[in-house]
Design a protein around this ligand. Structure first.
Ligand code: IPE
Ligand code: IPE
Ligand code: MG
Length: 267
């Protein structure tokens, strides 16, 4: 642990992701493997999330977004859904003071209006109390579905057009982004645990150029060593955003002959 208190020496502090998103998957399988009920995995998973948030702060990563409950997760057995709702509320009650002290700004993404009233109250309290904190941004996606998020953004924009506040030509990518729950803050790195390699309706718009990292570890086992591995992989990637930097430089450096040769190849 001690060697992980600060950023590991092989990581470049100037090339860290500014915003990490996690699909916390595999709690149930983690518990099954131990002969425990699935909910024991959720309880352990909540501890893992808390530890990862602390790690982000220690290592200088400014924002963490975690997928805690999808719009599709309502289809699980009622007892599991109820357990999760109570767990979210208990965690908030228990951890809010410390998070506030540590400068965490907590926000919730998703349709919060259908969550249990007592959970909604804790959520509002947490968001209000921590709204001016600046050490680390912590976003928790609860009752979150990306398609649903895009639909509600479209509805808000359409209403503004109808009221004459916007013209159709003013509906741009950045305008749509501003109407999403994440309000223009896209992750640089997405991590999904448990070996699954899909997005499960998470941040479909925001992940357009995000680097993705998949690990077989179940979420409750995702510790600093695992996170270190994910960040090392991130730093080894070449993010091009659709450009071909090397090719452009190569053509410029060898001059017009190469351009002519390439044109001949295409013709
Ligand atoms: C992720 O773990 C937590 C939530 C979706 C709430 P799972 O509960 O999906 O665990 P597995 O995938 O069944 O192992
Ligand atoms: C995605 O995990 C949702 C969360 C982690 C909250 P799921 O376990 O619900 O996703 P699927 O069913 O494997 O796609
Ligand atoms: Mg799962």
């Amino acid at each position: 642990m001690s060697s992980y208190a600060t950023l590991p020496a092989d990581l470049n502090p100037h090339a860290l992701p500014k915003h990490v998103a996690v699909i916390m998957d595999g709690n149930g399988r983690w518990a099954n493997k131990r002969g425990l009920p699935r909910v024991a995995g959720h309880r352990q998973g909540a501890k893992t999330l808390k530890a990862l948030l602390r790690c982000c702060k220690d290592w200088g990563i400014g924002a963490l977004t975690a997928y805690a409950f999808s719009t599709e997760n309502w289809g699980r057995p009622t007892a599991e859904v109820d357990f999760l709702m109570v767990l979210f509320e208990k965690m908030l009650r228990k951890e809010l003071k410390e998070m506030h002290r540590e400068g965490v700004r907590i926000r919730f993404l998703g349709d919060l209006s259908t969550l249990p009233a007592s959970l909604q109250r804790e959520i509002s309290r947490a968001m209000e109390e921590t709204a001016n904190n600046t050490a680390v941004d912590f976003n928790v996606a609860i009752n979150y579905g990306s398609r649903n998020e895009i639909v509600q953004a479209c509805q808000q924009v359409a209403a503004k057009v109808e009221q004459g506040q916007l013209t159709p030509a003013e509906v741009t990518e950045s305008l749509i982004s501003q109407h999403l729950y994440t309000a223009g803050c896209d992750p640089d790195l997405l991590i999904r645990t448990s070996g699954e390699q899909r997005l499960s309706n998470f941040l479909l718009w925001q992940l357009a150029y995000t680097e993705m990292y998949f690990t077989d570890a179940f979420w409750p086992d995702f510790d600093r060593t695992e996170f270190h591995q994910a960040l090392a992989t991130f730093q080894s990637r070449d993010r091009r955003f659709g450009n071909a930097k090397d090719a452009v430089v190569a053509v410029q450096s060898v001059g017009q002959d190469t351009v002519a040769a390439q044109a001949a190849l295409i013709a």
